[in-house]
Design a protein around this ligand. Structure first.
Ligand code: PLP
Length: 363
């Protein structure tokens, strides 16, 4: 990336050689990202984030199909989708949030009833960012296609992490983000299936097929391409290792700590996201105690930590307020080792026991 901030500083739209170098490298990154999801290069549009990709997909499709005024999404989407959907409602569109079961899987019967000829788009995420639940995207696509409805999936949590192919899933639009696969922050992409009618997201010059104008973030895009290349290369080997670590971790927690609740789906999940409620405790107290041991976890989702609100995901899977307030999300990533897991499994039970004895004493 630094090469593109220093030597190859040329504008990719210019004709002089350093601009052409930049353009070629953007094309290469586009090819790598397309290949990693089984798409064609021309179907990938670079954006400024996963959030922007979600905005682009929903707004772009709703605007391009004014004769259809309905949007369907789920109750546990990332705020990038939820807030965009609520904005669509403000603009007068009919917006439906499909409920999920206790594992976080969307209710396909409700979906089947809600999808009509007036639906412009069904937008349902691939894996949830708080509890890791995987949605039955193929079945969702099957239901939508019976009514000729387009399907978008926010795949920010799965791209580069599990085997991923847009044709196998059958989706029309897919959002991905660089920083969730160890790439740079501030760059994302949207897959738009060939022939899909969509309105531009940013109007201006000819960049990104005129759909997202503005001089390209060359260094960011090149970094995203490299991150996708490495992710694809490591996928098989590393996924096995990380799934194993995550499984050891989950079992370890379950055998060492009592009065806990696993949140999410035992079967349909991305294993490296592990979410537990530690009953009778405030998650924040556990988080802070873990920090002192150099262990960094999340409560709810990173986007809602500033507010007192219980996460909409935890509410949607029917947790009681107490269960939701005591909920911690552990993410196991590429740089975690068996020793890391061992450390957490040693420290966490002590922390929980200690905090529980304090809070019991204070009552
Ligand atoms: C992180 C995330 C996003 C937002 O991506 P940014 O690049 O951070 O804007 C959207 N959806 C999901 C599921 C995410 O995990």
């Amino acid at each position: 990336m630094s090469v593109f901030l220093e030597q190859h500083y040329g504008n990719p739209s210019s004709l002089y050689p350093i601009g052409r170098d930049a353009k070629e490298s953007i094309t290469e990154a586009r090819e790598t990202i397309a290949e990693a999801m089984g798409a064609e290069r021309s179907e990938i549009i670079f954006t400024g984030s996963g959030t922007e990709s979600d905005n682009f997909a929903i707004k772009g499709i709703m605007e391009a199909h004014p004769e259809k005024n309905e949007l369907i999404t789920s109750a546990i989407e990332h705020p990038a989708v939820i807030e965009t959907a609520l904005y669509m409602r403000k603009l007068g569109k009919k917006v439906t949030f499909i409920p999920v079961d206790e594992c976080g899987i969307v209710d396909l019967d409700v979906l089947e009833k809600k999808v009509t000829q007036k639906t412009a788009l069904v937008s349902i995420m691939h894996a949830n960012n708080e509890i890791g639940t995987l949605q039955p995207i193929k079945e969702i696509v099957h239901i939508a296609k019976k009514k000729n409805v387009l399907v978008h999936s926010d795949a920010v949590q799965t791209f580069g992490k599990i085997d991923f192919d847009v044709h196998k899933l059958g989706v029309d639009l897919v959002s991905v983000s660089a920083h969730k696969i160890y790439g740079p922050k501030g760059v994302g992409a949207l897959y738009i299936k060939k022939g899909t009618e969509i309105h531009p997201f940013v109007h201006g010059g000819h960049q990104e097929g005129r759909l997202r104008a503005g001089t390209e973030n060359t260094a960011g895009i090149v970094g995203f391409g490299e991150a996708a290349r490495i992710a694809a290369q490591l996928l098989k080997k590393d996924k096995k290792r990380l799934d194993y670590l995550a499984e050891q971790f989950k079992k370890g927690i379950e055998s060492r700590i009592s009065d806990i609740k696993f949140n999410g789906s035992e079967k349909e999940r991305i294993k490296t996201t592990v979410n537990f409620s530690f009953l009778r405790l405030e998650a924040e107290a556990v988080l802070l105690a873990l920090v002192t041991k150099g262990i960094f976890v999340s409560t709810g989702s990173a986007c809602s930590e500033d507010s007192d609100d219980v996460s909409h995901v935890l509410t949607a899977i029917n947790l009681t307020p107490e269960q939701a307030r005591s909920c911690i999300r552990f993410s196991i990533g590429r740089f975690n080792t068996e020793d890391d897991i061992k450390t957490v499994l040693e420290e966490l039970p002590k922390i929980i026991e200690n905090l529980r004895s304090i809070s019991a004493g204070s009552i």
